[in-house]
Write a protein that binds this ligand. Structure first.
Ligand code: FEO
Length: 387
């Protein structure tokens, strides 16, 4: 039988481990993931969230390690997305119509997903769900990551059940930050923020304000490792990331057709290097867009290069720009570059993406067909001057 993991007295992790997932709506999850459900044993037995549908049996075994799932009285649904609500129908059937506590948008979303009129109890920020010894306080956190998101705080246990916020895609048998490699947790938390929360940074700030009055000893997110020893550090990281704080770092992201755009990329690289800026050269042919976004989260200069292809961009660059515009980082400095044959449409499309993110734009670099050595040398010097 799969075991439940105790967080504190009468509080257990009863989630599922998705060892093999490698693509999460376009996000490369090279370390797998977990879907974290939590069980509170109190006068009212309470389940917080569920797991993805195919890990139902794993979750049920973990719940059964503590209590018969039919005894669940309350289900708190923090988020409609199906990685967390996927097993609600089964739990609701087994527990014979328990009360479901969810946000106003949660009720709407769950009805649209499952077409059922369950025993919905709509909650808003400041409401408390009494489970006996505990009052679970609600903070609605809309758009972190969907309109329905909310978090729950137990003052009795000093645990924040934070749903998507503070999560990371890591499959591991370890549950707590004290047991796992801290640098990997932070790397994955950063990648998670960049690919999930970045477009909603203002809402993340509001959510941080909403929970700032709580005395938090533990953060129990809905993915990955539970924060126990480093809660203050991850909250500080979220404050930095949601404020668009960047380091003196440049990213040069490109693809190339006949190596002209790559030559330009290298000349730009040397300019940053000579100026003492930490710089990373990233070929879109060999890197995943979700890893690039993780680097972008803390980079100040974003240089994007493509040649023109059929009056457009190379497909790798076009795909990246579509993803990038959706995640919409802010407060950065952008540069478009690339070679072209007879129509510099490449620059137009790249600049359009950079402008849509409200970047400050440096003068673009375009070359017809092939840059010569003198041009490349001048370009390096120019970059040194303008940054
Ligand atoms: Fe992990 Fe937005 O769901």
């Amino acid at each position: 039988m799969m075991k439940a993991v105790r967080l504190k007295d009468d509080i257990y992790w009863v989630g599922g481990i998705d060892w093999n997932i490698r693509n999460f709506h376009g996000y490369l999850t090279q370390r797998g993931s977990t879907y974290n459900a939590y069980l509170i044993i109190d006068e009212k037995i309470t389940l917080i969230d569920t797991v993805k549908y195919y890990l139902k049996n794993e979750m049920l075994e973990r719940i059964s390690d503590v209590i018969n799932p039919s005894k669940i009285d309350y289900v708190v649904s923090n988020h409609v997305e199906m990685d967390h609500s996927g097993c609600l129908p089964d739990i609701i059937e087994r527990a014979k119509n328990p009360k479901i506590f969810t946000s106003p948008n949660g009720e709407k979303g769950l009805k649209l997903h499952y077409k059922k009129d369950w025993d919905f109890n709509v909650v808003k920020s400041g409401d408390r769900i009494n489970t006996g010894k505990r009052d679970l306080e609600i903070v609605l956190t809309p758009m972190v990551h969907w309109p329905d998101n909310m978090v729950v705080y137990s003052s009795e246990d000093k645990i924040l059940f934070s749903n998507d916020a503070f999560g990371q895609h890591i499959a591991a048998s370890e549950r707590f930050d004290s047991e796992y490699h801290y640098d990997i947790i932070i790397e994955e938390a950063k990648k998670y923020y960049a690919n999930i929360a970045l477009p909603y940074s203002n809402q993340v700030k509001k959510a941080l304000e909403g929970v700032s009055g709580f005395d938090i000893e533990m953060i129990a997110p809905s993915h990955g490792i539970i924060w126990k020893e480093r809660t203050k550090e991850i909250i500080k990281k979220y404050q930095e990331w949601s404020s668009n704080e960047t380091g003196n770092v440049a990213l040069i992201v490109y693809d190339t057709m006949w190596e002209s755009t790559e030559k330009i990329a290298l000349a730009i690289y040397k300019g940053f290097q000579n100026k003492g800026v930490r710089v990373k050269l990233i070929s879109l042919r060999n890197s995943h867009i979700s890893d690039i976004m993780a680097d972008m989260l803390t980079a100040k200069y974003i240089c994007i290069g493509s040649p023109t292809l059929n009056m457009n961009l190379l497909p790798t660059v076009a795909g990246f720009l579509s993803y990038f515009k959706g995640l919409a980082p802010k407060n950065r400095i952008g540069l478009a570059f690339g070679s072209y044959g007879w129509a510099p449409k490449n620059i137009e499309y790249i600049e359009e993406a950079l402008i849509s993110c409200e970047f400050e734009i440096l003068e673009s670099i375009k070359v017809q067909y092939i840059p010569d050595d003198a041009f490349l040398m001048n370009l390096t010097e120019k970059i040194e001057k303008i940054i």
